[in-house]
Design a protein around this ligand. Structure first.
Ligand SMILES: NC(=O)c1ccc[n+]([C@@H]2O[C@H](COP(=O)([O-])OP(=O)(O)OC[C@H]3O[C@@H](n4cnc5c(N)ncnc54)[C@H](OP(=O)(O)O)[C@@H]3O)[C@@H](O)[C@H]2O)c1
Length: 297
């Protein structure tokens, strides 16, 4: 079985190549091989690769920049998944597509269920929602995996930024009124592997059992302030020099950003818990693993 994997230079795409090899031959397509901004070229490229499964974590992920580049964000996150979905549906090729907590409005404090009404607050959120809608409209076998607050031991992300700032500054001021679940890319890779094993590598069967959409995040709830506090404590416990003595909780308006972010990004995990037959691990456990890797380097 030939599995096309996009976004291989990214956090999620980078960790998925290994685990997916258990289920077929992975064709890792970077931007040079398959440019999602060039939507018209997608069907021809897919004809040439002839995948039997498509796993698409590639996306325009610059949340604030998207406010200034909406056309590009919608092309990569909306139109391109639409072209992939049409090509795949015509051939009954299952598509695993990644989406985000930012499709929700963030109101209330109950975790968002897969079938809750969406209400994105930003260009990025709206563009990702358009991608989801295109997948569903195409009518082929699909699994939309929504995750939240993704980080990894390498690359540019909250974990790495806090690790750097903690070594440079005496005080960090971190938003404490946005809540969600920090989720490591490694946890996403391991969980998807577990799920696929349960369905004997049958992507379509997993997609059907998931009802087409699945929330995949670590369990528990954190604010960005909680997350930063745990990162700095974890680094100190591992003997990493960390100057930051004070981590001051602030409110969202004190850290203005171009894009509005949801206050409540909690994702309900009942569906994935049932499919896995076990709860997702707490966010702190995955963080410990990533900190071990950072410190080893
Ligand atoms: N990061 C988060 O906190 C978060 C949270 C929830 C959901 N998600 C979703 O989860 C998925 C994976 O996120 P991530 O954090 O792994 O993203 P990431 O690290 O920012 O990686 C994005 C990937 O997409 C590729 N890409 C961007 N534009 C492209 C284009 N025009 N053509 C082809 N490839 C292109 C990038 O390639 P280049 O290296 O060439 O740019 C990179 O490999 C995305 O769908 C994202 O929307 C992310």
């Amino acid at each position: 079985m030939r599995i096309l994997l996009t976004g291989t230079s990214g956090q999620v795409g980078g960790v998925l190549a290994g685990p997916l090899a258990e289920f077929g031959e992975v064709v890792a397509a970077n931007r040079a091989m398959l440019d999602l901004a060039d939507v018209a070229s997608i069907p021809e490229k897919l004809d040439a690769i002839a995948p039997q499964v498509i796993v698409n974590p590639a996306a325009y992920t610059a949340v604030d920049r998207a406010e200034d580049e909406p056309e590009l964000a919608f092309r990569v996150n909306g139109a391109a998944p639409g072209a992939i979905a049409s090509w795949a549906a015509a051939r009954q090729v299952p598509v695993v597509h990644f989406s985000t907590d930012y499709v929700f409005s963030g109101s209330g404090d109950r975790p968002w269920r897969e079938d809750d009404a969406t209400g994105p607050l930003s260009v990025y959120g709206r563009s990702k929602l358009q991608g989801e809608q295109a997948l569903r409209a195409a009518g082929g076998p699909h699994l939309i995996v929504r995750s939240s607050w993704i980080y990894h031991r390498t690359g540019t992300n909250f974990l790495r930024t806090i690790a750097r700032l903690a070594a440079e500054r005496d005080e960090l001021r971190i938003v404490a009124d946005q809540i969600g679940a920090p989720t490591s890319a490694a946890l996403i890779g391991a969980t998807l592997t577990d799920l696929l094993r349960k369905f004997s590598g049958d992507f379509s069967a997993l997609a059907t059992a998931s009802g087409g959409t699945l929330h995949l995040a670590a369990s528990g709830t954190a604010s960005w302030h909680d997350f930063a506090t745990a990162i700095v404590a974890g680094l100190k416990a591992r003997g990493r020099p960390a100057r930051a003595a004070r981590i001051v909780p602030i409110r969202t308006p004190e850290y203005p950003t171009k894009a509005v972010r949801p206050l409540n990004s909690r994702l309900d995990l009942a569906r994935i818990t049932k499919l896995l037959g076990r709860p997702m691990p707490p966010w702190q456990a995955a963080l410990e693993t990533e900190l071990d890797h950072i410190v080893e380097k």
